[in-house]
Unconditional design. Structure first.
Lengths: 178, 159, 665
């Protein structure tokens, strides 16, 4: 066996170690969304507060908005709620909500107690619309531009870092495009 | 501390049986949808919230919802490809246990065979190198001696 | 007090491991016999302290010492005592302690049983093992201390995961670790040979029994894991190509190649550098498996609690151990190459083909397991590689391997006339072909091309083994003479026969259960019956039942065949007191040629339950195959040549040792 050939196992191993080292920084459980860059999935659901009215994909065009998937049974949603309230207060972006597989009364009470950052909430009783949005766990937050195209998805609860580094810059960029 | 709790919670989620669980027993297989076909399709789809389980095995709520979706689509006459496309459009390739064949997965699908071909070449080269080389021939007398030694040896094999 | 004692013992073990790793190796360079003999003493000392440490942890579990974090997380006062003991290795920290304990045990085994080894070689081997021990002990003490205290101590523990409260799962890790760690002995022997610049038949003879025993343990460990999954997970599945399962299968495949390669090196002096490389690779796969399971890079139901810090440590350790050994290999391998000549058609070539195929399968499993990671790292997104891909790939390569397995034992060493080979195997080939066709014929129930392929291949293995035995019998007549011929063949040969038969058994089991298994998932009312595969399952309702640390809903299912009751099955749905996740306990009626498997689904109201019923033909043959392979390995290790008193092996050239003159086997 020639000397350079003998180094092949060591080289293969090195490549693998580099890969594994990179892997340590990745999260194998986070599933990116194939909906980024695509228009909002078509839907129309009854509103949480006013069951006679509807909220649909048509409402998500016109202004840059956030679409936040939440439920009262979701502990992390409670954790991120303050940030949503703060975001709503800035007025930079409209926040719409998808109340996912929840109980209507419980959700209304929840918003009363903890505050309501949402322009409006769609009530997704059986989760079918959630499936159309590729929701697999709550909370999830989508950033949607003025044309109704999904630009970004945050999986898991919002944090100050995520809001400041991922959401707000994008929202401002989309807003300035007009 | 939190990561461990999270892991236990997720494992619990994966293994928990919520109040209104749907099992395959809830579906009607006497109509359009054949049980075997349905099971084959859902067993190749991944439960996204579990730690490596298929839609067939998982009891997570999302898995139940997706099982019902798949059933409805099969009942409505959709083909396997259409069902797969539906899910991939929403969840990406991650939802498929059978990875699709496309340029980014060529390494996966062809890699083993390329490796086998290379190995075959290396093996052929190595073996040919080993078998070449002239060995000293034995004379007829030497050959006879070898033969008798060998037969002696096998008879004296340890008991 | 005891936990502190346990931790202190670990520190002492680490000190001794450092001594074991350094002094003897220095001794081999200075020629100091004293320094070289430190190896055995250090190994014994290390093992003593590791035993004390493990003993302290077991003591803490059995005495419900919940002031130890690890005990509080994995035990409970209601837990039956046997599971308190097995809980010791139920999670990350404790299982690592078991790993290191096994390493210490193998170390003293080598120290005690290697009297015939030259002192230099023994010093090198134990030194390398000491280095591995240092790495693991540092990992334990720095990142994964099982003796960490918890204040204030809770009154009750969080209980052992109910899935692990099963006898199979209790023995599965020790067996697996015996295997993984056992390959460190082969690894150490390989490095010792590289460092010493000499690799001869004697080296192969020393390494072989150790490697085989490690391989046997791993075989049993994997078999147990599969059997447990079938019993406990409620879905009748026995292999899912889950990353952690793959992490155990890869070293097994490479280990199998190693065992065969060692045979060639011992008998023919060939394949020397391949054998060394395989020995390094087998242990590397074990270490890689450790990394994959404990670092969080891959998702798996089996994975231990993950922590990137731990991942980095193991990765660094991998770099040092594997990277270092591969560099030593590249540098020193030319010193140990050179070997016997053999023809294009010969047993050597067939064994080479066998090993190449095994390594390719191991490599493709590695590719499939890591591909999601590659895909993500290259920012192509997230992808899953699951059983459909693994099955397709595995089935693409296995048939060729099995064909080679049949020819190998028949072919002569060094030179085999192809025509003569074909003549020998003609009958075996025809019989196998016929059997395969029978199972593939569309007319027969359940037949299919795949069934034909699988059973045909199994038949090929059996018939070629029979041919091999027939070839070796010098007398074809006279019962006494034939019997004498049979008994004279040697345990090594029969070990091979048994192991290959085990393979045939596993192939039959896998083929038939995959292709002919049946299942039904239905809602049943008490008194209602279900028919499947010629059996009638009568559901008689569900009652409540209390166990030691769980409450169960126990169902009654009577199984009838042709109106005659053949079994009463009682599947359970258990809710454990502490970890309240419900768990299914399937009820199985076991017969040699089929299992009937019943598990409870969900209560659907009004006393009705959803029930899953499976018909699993020949599924036990899979694990029987594993057991036969393990027995074959044990039989081979007990061969007399390893028990003969020492003859001088020093400087014996390859291919001329007495082993080479024995009949092939």
């Amino acid at each position: 066996m020639k000397r350079p050939l003998l180094l092949i196992p060591a080289i293969v191993f090195t490549v693998m170690v580099v890969l594994l080292a990179v892997g340590l920084n990745l999260n194998p459980r986070e599933v990116p969304s194939p909906l980024i860059g695509k228009p909002v999935p078509g839907f129309e659901l009854s509103r949480l507060k006013d069951p006679q009215a509807t909220l649909g994909s048509a409402d998500l065009t016109g202004r840059v908005s956030l679409f936040n998937v939440w439920a009262t049974w979701c502990v992390s949603c409670r954790a991120e709620h303050k940030l949503l309230m703060a975001l709503a207060e800035t007025g930079e972006v409209d926040i719409y909500g998808l109340n996912y597989k929840d109980d209507r009364d419980a959700a209304l009470r929840w918003l009363q107690v903890y505050g309501d950052p949402y322009v409006a909430n769609a009530f997704d009783d059986d989760g079918r619309v959630g499936i159309d949005w590729g929701v697999y766990g709550t909370p999830e937050t989508f950033v949607i531009d003025g044309e109704g195209v999904i630009r970004h998805k945050v999986i898991g609860p919002l944090s100050a870092d995520i809001v400041n580094e991922r959401i707000l810059p994008l929202v401002r960029q989309l807003n300035s495009r007009g | 501390m939190l990561p461990r709790l999270l892991r236990v919670a997720l494992l619990g989620l994966a293994m928990s049986m919520p109040a209104h669980a749907s099992t395959l027993a809830d579906f009607d297989f006497t109509g359009n949808v054949s049980e075997a076909h349905y099971k084959a399709v859902i067993s190749e789809l991944r439960c996204l919230v579990c730690q490596n389980e298929s839609l067939a095995g998982s009891q997570a709520e999302l898995a139940q919802d997706l099982r019902e979706e798949v059933y409805k689509m099969m009942d409505a006459g959709k083909t396997d490809d259409e069902i797969v496309d539906f899910l991939v459009a929403r969840y990406g390739d991650f939802v498929l246990y059978d990875p699709p064949l496309k340029p980014s997965t060529w390494l996966l699908w062809f890699g083993p065979f390329v490796l086998a071909a290379l190995a075959l070449l290396v093996m052929g080269y190595t073996v040919r190198k080993r078998s070449r080389g002239v060995e000293q021939g034995l004379t007829a007398a030497e050959r006879a001696r070898v033969a008798s030694l060998l037969s002696e040896g096998t008879e004296n094999r340890k008991s | 007090m005891t936990p502190e004692l346990g931790q202190f013992a670990l520190i002492l073990a680490l000190c001794l491991a450092v001594v074991q790793a350094t002094l003897p190796l220095i001794g081999t360079y200075t020629g100091s016999r004293q320094w070289m003999s430190v190896a055995s003493t250090a190994a014994w000392g290390q093992f003593t302290f590791l035993s004390i440490s493990l003993g302290c942890l077991i003591y803490a579990f059995v005495n419900n010492d919940f002031s130890v974090t690890y005990v509080a997380n994995n035990s409970n006062t209601l837990l039956p005592t046997i599971y308190k003991v097995s809980a010791v290795w139920g999670a990350h920290e404790g299982s690592l302690l078991l790993w290191v304990f096994m390493l210490g045990a193998w170390g003293v085994a080598v120290a005690a049983l290697s009297g015939k080894l030259p002192a230099v070689v023994r010093a090198r081997v134990l030194s390398v093992m000491g280095m591995v021990g240092v790495g693991f002990l540092l990992f334990l003490l720095l990142t994964s201390n099982p003796f960490e205290r918890l204040f204030p101590a809770p009154l009750e523990g969080r209980d052992l995961n109910p899935l692990l409260q099963d006898p199979g799962l209790a023995i599965h890790p020790p067996m697996l670790y015996m295997g993984y760690v056992g390959f460190s002995v082969a690894f150490s022997f390989a490095l010792a040979a590289l460092l010493g610049g000499k690799l001869d038949a004697a080296w192969a003879r020393w390494s072989r029994p150790w490697t085989t025993v490690a391989w046997v343990s791993l075989t049993i460990g994997i078999t147990l894991g599969s059997w447990w999954a079938y019993n406990e997970l409620g879905w009748g599945g026995w292999w899912f190509w889950d990353p952690v399962e793959n992490a155990s299968f890869m070293p097994w495949l490479v280990g199998t190649a190693l065992v065969h390669s060692l045979a060639v090196t011992e008998k023919r002096g060939a394949f020397k550098s391949w054998t060394v490389l395989l020995a390094i690779t087998a242990f590397s796969m074990s270490l890689l498996g450790t990394f994959l399971v404990r670092s969080g890079v891959l998702t798996s139901v089996h994975a231990f609690a993950t922590d990137p810090g731990r991942g980095i440590f193991i990765l660094a350790f991998l770099c040092i151990v594997i990277g270092g050994s591969l560099v030593v290999y590249a540098w020193r391998a030319p010193a140990v190459t050179g070997g016997g000549r053999f023809d294009f058609v010969s047993r050597e070539t067939l064994l080479l083909a066998n090993n190449v195929l095994l390594v390719i399968v191991a490599a493709l499993i590695l590719l499939g397991t890591l591909f999601p990671l590659i895909y993500d790292a290259l920012e192509l997104g997230k992808i899953s590689v699951g059983f459909p891909w693994f099955n397709k790939m595995f089935v693409s390569f296995m048939p060729l391997l099995i064909v080679v397995m049949g020819i190998g034992p028949i072919a002569r060493w060094k030179r085999q006339d192809p025509a003569e080979l074909a003549k020998h195997l003609r009958i075996a080939f025809i019989v196998s072909l016929l059997v395969g066709i029978v199972f593939a014929l569309p007319m027969l129930p359940g037949a299919s091309p795949l069934a034909g392929l699988g059973i045909g291949l199994a038949a090929w293995l059996v018939t070629s083994l029979a041919t091999s035995l027939a070839d070796r019998l010098r007398h074809k007549r006279g019962l006494a003479a034939v019997w004498r011929d049979i008994t004279v063949q040697g345990r090594s040969y029969y070990g091979m026969v048994l192991a290959h038969l085990g393979m045939a058994s596993a192939v039959v089991g896998v083929t038939l259960v995959s292709l002919h298994g049946m299942e039904k998932d239905v809602r049943l009312s008490p008194g209602q019956a279900l028919e499947m595969s010629g059996y009638t399952f009568v559901f008689e309702g569900v009652e409540s039942h209390q166990g030691p640390n769980y409450r169960a809903d126990r169902g009654r299912v009577r199984v009838l065949r042709a109106d005659e009751e053949i079994a009463l099955l009682q599947p359970e749905k258990r809710t454990y007191t502490v970890q309240t996740k419900p768990m299914t306990e399937a009820a199985i009626d076991v017969r040699p040629t089929r299992d009937l498997y019943v598990s409870l689904g969900e209560p659907v109201g009004g006393g009705d339950w959803s029930v899953r019923v499976y018909y699993k033909p020949f599924v036990r043959w899979i694990w029987l195959g594993g057991i036969l392979m393990a027995l074959g390995g044990l039989l081979a290790v007990s061969d007399r040549r390893y028990r003969l008193p020492a003859r001088s092996r020093h400087g014996v050239e390859a291919g001329t040792s007495p082993a080479g003159q024995e009949a092939t086997g």
